[in-house]
Design a protein around this ligand. Sequence first.
Ligand code: UDP
Length: 239
Amino acid sequence: QMRRSRWRRIVVKLSGEALMGELSHGLDAPTVTRIAADLTNAAALGVEVAVVVGGGNFFRGIAGADKGIERARADSIGMLATVMNALALEYAIEKQGQTARTLSAVPMPSLCEAYSRQAALHHLGKGRIAVLAGGTGNPFFTTDTGAALRGAELSCDLIMKATQVDGVYSADPKLDPTATRYEKLTHDEAIAKNLAVMDTAAFALARENRIPIIVFSIRQPGAISAALEGKGKATFVSP
Ligand code: UDP
């Protein structure tokens, strides 16, 4: 496979919300298919693709804790939610004719492989999309931090943070019509301007390991490969 991208290996952070389309929760099949096609197109550029999936379309630990479930327990439920999304996404990717493997940080041997760095690198090297479930495998973390952690340990040269907005803004564009989008930022500028690119622990890991982050909207078909090729609206954060 000829490499047609400047990136060698990427980790895409896909929130659970991205998979629910216009639904209020759960999985929207056409949306999952569209994103699977997008990931397949990115892999076709010759890039090794790892995807860390969130679980917010089913359950978030903080919401559970607000309802009286102890936080660590609620986070276990949240991690299970990410496995549901991962299995759905893996299936949708394979339906596109692209091989994929789910690797879970929470071992579930009858459902998928357990995550290990070696296994992930093995599958990536074979051109398979690695769908990474279970976040970091620990409570009190998020899948943003999972993405930054996997990005660092798998030597990814880019973290792609897929969101509902097309980048990082000076203020919340939903609340402030004068908010402007940043084209480029350094990690240090993002901190100085108090801009939330990813959650704090995730951002710290990316910054310490000098991993660039691209924040882009997943709402349009083709968004991932467009962002990879530097097309379309996005914010690029680099050291
Ligand atoms: N979670 C966790 N540890 C991790 C990653 C996730 O405990 O390393 C739990 C946590 O409860 C979180 C839920 O899984 O709320 C779903 O992940 P996240 O909120 O990051 O999903 P997203 O918002 O991206 O859909």
